[in-house]
Design a protein around this ligand. Structure first.
Ligand code: FMN
Length: 172
């Protein structure tokens, strides 16, 4: 089968990870796929913050869990988290960043890695602690957090749920 189509059909959201870290080369390739996603007016507005430092990763996990009022790890033990943010002033901010996140999940799968989109990025980077992290990282601008792409080595196998019927209409 065409390898791109194969990846689109077989990629799954992985929710259990080993401790093994993602390599520099893997991370670069995944982020490149995010950078090359289609984006409104070619503005290339999404911004990516790749986190492998364990202390920072754990802090992001804590802030994310806090949004839910939980103290679990919403990143399922994944050792790498890419925060995807976009220029809040652009009308396609969320769409642009979402396509980047989708590309990155597919790229991770194609490299034999697991990944998952994790929500609540907006609230994390609206919080004082989230804003302080952006400042510490030197990330500037009026940015909105769109999603976290967690990446790592899968510690589970998953099959796709059956697709629901009656969602496609053909007009020939
Ligand atoms: C916008 C969006 C937000 C998501 N947020 C979360 C999340 O916060 N936590 C989580 O475990 N999975 C999250 N997911 C992953 C979904 O649970 C997953 O894509 C869905 O169950 C379908 O599974 P599949 O990707 O393996 O086909 C999110 C997915 C999307 C597209």
């Amino acid at each position: 089968m065409n390898t791109v189509i194969d990846a689109m059909l077989k990629r799954r959201s992985i929710k259990a990870y080993t401790d093994e870290q993602v390599t520099d080369e893997q991370l670069k390739q995944i982020i490149d796929c995010g950078l090359y996603a289609p984006n409104g007016m070619g503005a290339q507005a999404p911004v990516f913050v790749a986190v492998r430092d364990k202390q920072t990763r754990d802090e992001l996990s804590r802030l994310n869990a806090r949004v839910m009022g939980a103290d679990s790890d919403p990143f399922y033990g994944a050792p790498c988290v890419v925060c995807v943010l976009a220029d809040a002033q652009r009308s396609t901010a969320v769409e642009d960043a979402s396509l980047s996140l989708g590309n990155m999940c597919l790229a991770a799968h194609s490299l034999g890695l697991g990944s998952c989109w994790i929500h609540r990025c907006k609230q994390v980077f609206e919080s004082d602690e989230g804003k302080a992290l952006l400042e510490k990282w030197g990330v500037k601008g009026d940015l909105i957090g769109v999603g976290f792409c967690i990446i790592g080595h899968a510690d589970q196998q998953k099959d796709a749920a059956p697709r629901k019927d009656n969602r496609v209409y053909y007009v020939d």
